[in-house]
Design a binder for this molecule. Structure first.
Ligand SMILES: Cc1ncc(COP(=O)(O)O)c(C=O)c1O
Length: 395
């Protein structure tokens, strides 16, 4: 059920940790990718929520060319460069945060956030206060600390023992209440919209109660907006719709237009506890990537773009609900903005393959859940085309 392709067989040189589709992409334009045979694919994956501006975006390409003008790609965090400092200032201006640390991926941002909250908790509560709690359905990454906070048994089992002092509990306020011991718990980490866990928009009341519990007990709240942040839900950050701020926020995926970048944003109270030598990264926040990220920040925080994600996203949700009402093959539809999950009867991978055959890229979030993450610049006509193709693929 995959498209015929003249691409050479997949190379054995790469570690076999992905089941890659057979065609080879050679070009992208707008919201489409093109394979080596010139076949177009409408992209509802966006590099898994990375390519918010789609492909061949003129502004992004200009920003990349300008970023290289001074000849500085990297100089090390031992020295100051302006773009990273400017980007940190913009993020601070836009959010609750007082301090920013740049890194290179989502998992790395969360790993750093874990260290940060432990460092802070040690100063407020001593060594016993070190536990980190994540929630059922969470995905926070695949490095050692983050894997322990990621609720996917198949990802975890081959690598036990996992990092200690990190546990997963139910998304239930009673259980959370019982687990949040101020003496031992440093932080709770949560995605406002669980992405990999099936596109689950967590209930606002639930999240506000969690915020209150953590605040009153002196426990840090980390929001992981690596997938749902930077415009994807129709506001620049998803938590802007919740009426509260976290103590720490992690972002990554779309930050630098496809270049690897992540960031940890923290309050002064937490950020100030980290001293020289406590954390570091060779590449994080270098001048090239930060210059490009400044452009992406301006584009994705533009109120016009955010309004269009919000309005078109609501339309997309409505269209998917209609599809669900008409198809016994769809069990449920969940989402917000340009982030939707569809529970299906057939194995998700079969539908993903059928969609590919029809020229539509979608991905999964679990064995029976499809996930749609179109570029944030996708317009209504292309969303409509995608929904039609999706309907065919679901069957
Ligand atoms: C919510 C969330 N956190 C963390 C990560 C890990 O990011 P990365 O793959 O860049 O390490 C992801 C990746 O999908 C994610 O969706």
């Amino acid at each position: 059920m995959t498209p015929a392709t003249s691409a050479p067989p997949a190379s054995d040189a790469l570690l076999g940790v992905y089941r890659r589709a057979p065609m080879e992409f050679v070009r992208g334009a707008g919201v489409e990718l093109f394979d080596a045979d010139g076949r177009a694919y409408l992209d509802f994956v966006a590099g898994i929520a990375v390519n918010a501006l789609g492909y061949s975006d003129a502004g992004l390409e200009r920003a990349m060319r300008e970023a290289i003008d001074g000849g500085l790609v990297h100089v090390s965090n031992l020295y100051r460069t302006a773009p990273g400092e400017r980007l940190a200032e913009k993020l601070i201006e836009r959010t609750f945060a007082d301090r920013v640390f740049f890194c290179n991926s989502g998992a790395e941002a969360n790993e750093g956030a874990f260290k940060m909250v432990r460092r802070w908790a040690r100063t407020t509560g001593g060594t016993a206060k070190h536990e980190i709690i994540a929630l059922r359905g969470a995905f926070h990454g695949r490095l050692f600390g983050t894997l322990a906070a990621t609720d996917r048994p198949s990802y975890r089992a081959p690598f036990r023992p996992l990092a200690g002092g990190i546990s997963i509990i139910e998304r239930d306020l009673g259980e959370i209440d019982a687990a949040l011991n101020a003496e031992t718990v440093a932080a709770v980490i949560v995605e406002p919209v669980q992405g990999e866990g099936g596109v689950r928009v967590l209930d606002g009341e639930f999240l506000r109660a969690l915020r209150e519990m953590t605040r009153t007990r002196g426990i840090a709240l980390i929001l992981d907006e690596i997938q749902c942040g930077y415009g994807r839900t129709g506001t620049f950050f998803a938590h802007e719709q919740l009426g509260f701020t976290p103590d720490v926020l992690t972002v990554a995926k779309p930050m630098a237009g496809g270049l690897p970048m992540g960031a940890i944003l923290a309050t002064q109270a937490i950020g100030q506890t980290l001293q020289p030598g406590d954390h570091g990264t060779t590449f994080g926040g270098g001048p090239f990537v930060s210059s490009v990220a400044l452009h992406v920040f301006d584009r994705l925080s533009d109120p016009g773009l955010l309004a269009s994600v919000s309005i078109n996203g609501a339309w997309l949700g409505e269209a998917l609900q209609q599809l669900a009402a008409a198809s016994p093959k769809i069990r449920a539809v969940r989402g917000i903005g340009y982030m939707w999950g569809i529970d299906v009867v057939d194995p998700a991978k079969d539908i993903v393959a059928r969609a590919l055959d029809l020229g539509l890229l979608i991905c999964s979030a679990g064995d029976h859940t499809l996930r749609l993450l179109p570029p944030l610049v996708m317009e209504r006509a292309e969303l409509e085309r995608g929904v039609k193709l999706l309907s065919e693929a679901v069957g």
